[in-house]
Ligand binder design. Sequence first.
Ligand code: NAD
Length: 486
Amino acid sequence: MSKKGDGSAVKDPGAEPTLGTNPFEGTLRRLREAFHSGCTRPAEFRAEQLRALGRFLQENKQLLHDALVQDLHKSAFDSDISELIICQNEINLALKNLQAWMKDEPGSTNLFTKLDSAFVRKEPFGLVLIIAPWNYPVNLNLVPLVGALAAGNCVVLKPSEISRGTEKVLAEVLPQYLDQRCFAVVLGGPEEMGQLLEHKFDYIFFTGSPRVGKIVMTAAAKHLTPVTLELGGKNPCYVDDDCDPQIVANRVAWFRYFNAGQTCVAPDYLLCSPEMQERLLPALQSTITRFYGDDPQSSPNLGRIINQKHFQRLRALLGCGRVAIGGQSDEHDRYIAPTVLVDVQEAEPVMQEEIFGPILPIMNVRGMDEAIEFINRREKPLALYAFSNSSQVVNQMLERTSSGSFGGNDGFMYMTLLSLPFGGVGHSGMGRYRGKFTFDTFSHHRACLLCPAGLENLNDIRYPPYSDRVQQLTRWALGSQSCTLL
Ligand code: NAD
């Protein structure tokens, strides 16, 4: 049995009577057996699973929209552009390219392997676990799932117990579309996850906080299971003095307040001079009014904080520095107004923890060099943004810092491009995905060299004892191709 988000128990169809044993054992055994049967390997099976995932999205669009309203007060439009369309695009791309992605990649040979066949085989890892957070609860479950299925794995999907509406749809409806021998949704919070992570998986793909990322990686290390960690952190956004404040305000406000700021790649704080701050504040105020009206609480385009715990955490952050814009909150509605804070100190909580809400503090710096110094003495962020009319300034910000992704003069529009990988670096994570990168993440790249069984006289040269001439020839043949004998 595993726990449902609403507290009731859902029967695990693969489980045997499990008194005193790990509750996930039956499910995992069923999936592992399916993987070893080889049923997930053919391209046609994978394509059928991907098409079924597409049907799930199309036939349950309204159900998913309703769930996202329940969880995050997300408008249908926002849900489409940030969740459903993104997943469908990933499915379409995988279906279109599946055969090409699966194809062996030829490797070049050297003098000693001229008659052999060298190639890289993309093989599925086996049983993989995908753990997702609550802030984009369709997107962050299904985008990794597309790559895991395309790569021919059996998958255990673990949605967040906090986004309950979406969790319910994923747990109750999605399995009806996919082959249940090879796919399962498991539910639960930290306690159940502890039990789940006792098991050996062949790959773990985790999206969430650095704190839980460390727990997952520690558990994975016990089995030497490889991981992708898609984590969060504080994303800096530098605004140079030469910018048009209204353009910056439009772009920054859109991607800071989208999904009520609960976006891992949203700019967490602005770095600019006091002079730019004075020009930015009226521009930000006018943008916020234009986007959300005089009463943002009644705007259909502004999300809500996911739960009371996060609401209380964010309300406490409103006490940092001085509120320059917004600052209102309504506990009953889990509403926090689009807010800008100024006079913030680096030691205050709002500059210490990831904000993950509609609050934007501004820190003052004297130019680009000080901004870079500020960024580089903190953990490497998931995303970094730089606004300037000077391409030199933007390039300097790119050259002299490190982050998972980088946006020059814009926000997270790069997330709409499946040609670019997405992932963190250092404290913001490891690994990458989206588009073909997800397929590669969930595939073991196996080095293969197939040699003719006969023709042994051709191999004679590599066996001892080595004559002077053979040594000379071998050194030349390997050295001339930059090869090393290991
Ligand atoms: P979280 O780390 O609290 O939870 C993520 C998932 O881990 C959930 O499914 C949760 O049930 C599970 N979990 C919780 N405790 C666990 C434990 N002890 N062992 C194993 N699993 C456990 O994160 P969250 O609050 O759901 O999401 C917010 C965080 O996720 C932020 O830090 C945000 O930046 C980050 N995030 C990152 C990305 C990205 O792509 N890099 C995307 C979205 C969110």
